[in-house]
Structure formats: structure tokens, C-alpha cells
Design a protein. Structure first.
Length: 272
């Protein structure tokens, strides 16, 4: 009863009541109940065989009529797609094997039929004026290859970070300015700077050993765990913004995908 209730998202009591209603409608006893146990009667065993055959036919019919997989088109920022979504797609397919995912990362979100649009909004989630469901915060941190520190074990002084080559992901160095604001220092790089127009490019440049980049810790968690890169000044914890999922095509499949996004974001928060 407990396992059936879990699978059906019901309480054991609700399942028990449905079985009693079935027994009343058939005017038979399907289960023999005792104080600590429940088992099928001979009539119940016979009925179970017919029920299994019937359900097998239903499953066969479902496969035949749903041979065309559901299609879900998602527009998402390129860095989120490459560094956060792609590593998790296999997990999504384990629970939703009948859905084909189509990702769009180039061009405007309105240039194609989009079922779900993933937006980024600057600022704390509670302050952001945006639609959709928030599923991932943008916790930023300066990262670099260990070799860039020239033998130093760690960097904990924010001023030391600005003495290293700085990799910007926007022309206005917004993420760096916000991080420096949180660290209570002015954004005044002492060394060279390289400017990119995406955070993906600045992360790639960081992996090439060109300097220090700002990155969402969720995007580079595997690299941090492997030691390929290190986080500088971990005591400075800054949230730049958040990612939101906006459903443009209402339906069960898009809603389930957004629920899955939120569950993945929640797992990250619990793992901290």
C-alpha cells in the first residue's frame, strides 16, 4: 500500500479506500487483511492476472500512439547551456525519456518558436523585476589557473586579485565592479586586462592561463573540484543576479521541465 501510494502521489489511506471501493463494486474480497499484514486472496490473484494483461495492452497502445516524441524548444544563454544544462541533460532524460530537447543559444529569443525562455536578471532575486520562475542564483567568484599564482598557495586579499591579469566578460566590467563593491575596494586593476563579450569566453581564457575571470561557481564547480582552477578570496560571497525560466507555451512538458530546473537549483543550494 505504501509503495503504491508513493508511486501514485497519494496517501496510503487513499489507496486503501480505492481498493475497498473496487471490492465493493466487484462484490468480492481481493485482499485478506490482518493486524500486521495484507495479502491477495485467490480471487485477488486471479484478478491481478487480468489487470496485468490489461495494463500491458494500455502501455503498448501508449507506445504506438506516442511514437513521435514530444519536442521542447528552449532558448538559454550560451554559458548556462554549455556549463550547467548540458552536464545535467542525461539526468533529465532519465525521468523524461519521451521528450526531445531543442536548445537555442544564438540570436534573439523571439526569432523562433520558443516553448521556454531562460532569462538572466541582474540584482538580488528578491529585487529583480522579471517574470518567470527563478531556479539558479549567480554566485560569482574570481577564478584562475593555479600556475597564475606563481607558487602562492592561496589569495585571500582582494587587492592581490587586482594585481593579476584581469579577464572581463563585459565592456563595462560590471561583474568585476560588483565583486569589488562587495569586497569594499575600488575596481582599479594594476596589471593588464582582456575584455570579452561573454562570460563563456572569459572562462575559456582563464582555462588557457591568461588571467583571472569572474564566474558563477555553479558553472565551474567540476573544475574547482578537480583542481584545474582555484577560487580566490572565498570569503567574498557575491550574488550578481539570477536565472529565470519563462514558459511561452503552456503545457505539462514545459511545466515539468521548469520544475526539473528548480529541483536542480535546489540541489546546488543544499550542497553548499
Amino acid at each position: 500500500m505504501t509503495l503504491a501510494a508513493s508511486e501514485l502521489n497519494l496517501t496510503p489511506g487513499a489507496v486503501s479506500r480505492q481498493i475497498k471501493l473496487l471490492e465493493q463494486s466487484l462484490d468480492v474480497t481481493l485482499f485478506q487483511r490482518s493486524h500486521n499484514a495484507i495479502e491477495l486472496t485467490e480471487t485477488g490473484k486471479a484478478f491481478l492476472g487480468h489487470a496485468k494483461n490489461a495494463l500491458a495492452e494500455v502501455r503498448k497502445g501508449v507506445r504506438e500512439v506516442s511514437s513521435q516524441a514530444a519536442k521542447l524548444t528552449i532558448w538559454a544563454p550560451v554559458t548556462l547551456t554549455q556549463r550547467w544544462l548540458i552536464p545535467r541533460i542525461e539526468h533529465y532524460h532519465l525521468g523524461h525519456p519521451g521528450v526531445d530537447l531543442h536548445f537555442r543559444t544564438i540570436g534573439a529569443a523571439g526569432s523562433d518558436r520558443i516553448d521556454i525562455e531562460i532569462k538572466y536578471a541582474r540584482g538580488l532575486p528578491q529585487d529583480a523585476d522579471t517574470e518567470g520562475e527563478m531556479f539558479l542564483a549567480d554566485n560569482t567568484a574570481p577564478i584562475c589557473r593555479p600556475a597564475l599564482l606563481d607558487g602562492q598557495v592561496a589569495v585571500t586579499d582582494p587587492a592581490q586579485v587586482l594585481a593579476l591579469p584581469i579577464l572581463q566578460d563585459t565592456a563595462d566590467a560590471w561583474s568585476w565592479r560588483q565583486w569589488c563593491k562587495g569586497a569594499a575596494i575600488p575596481f582599479e586593476p594594476l596589471g593588464r586586462s582582456i575584455v570579452f563579450d561573454t562570460d563563456e569566453s572569459s572562462i575559456d581564457a582563464c582555462l588557457s592561463g591568461l588571467g583571472v575571470a569572474q564566474a558563477n561557481t555553479a558553472f565551474v564547480a567540476p573544475l574547482l573540484q578537480s583542481g584545474n582552477i582555484i577560487r580566490l578570496c572565498p570569503q567574498v560571497d557575491i550574488v550578481l543576479g539570477a536565472y529565470y525560466a519563462v514558459i511561452h507555451t503552456p503545457g505539462r512538458v514545459p511545466q515539468a521541465f521548469v520544475a526539473w530546473l528548480k529541483s536542480q537549483g535546489t540541489q546546488l543550494e543544499l550542497a553548499k
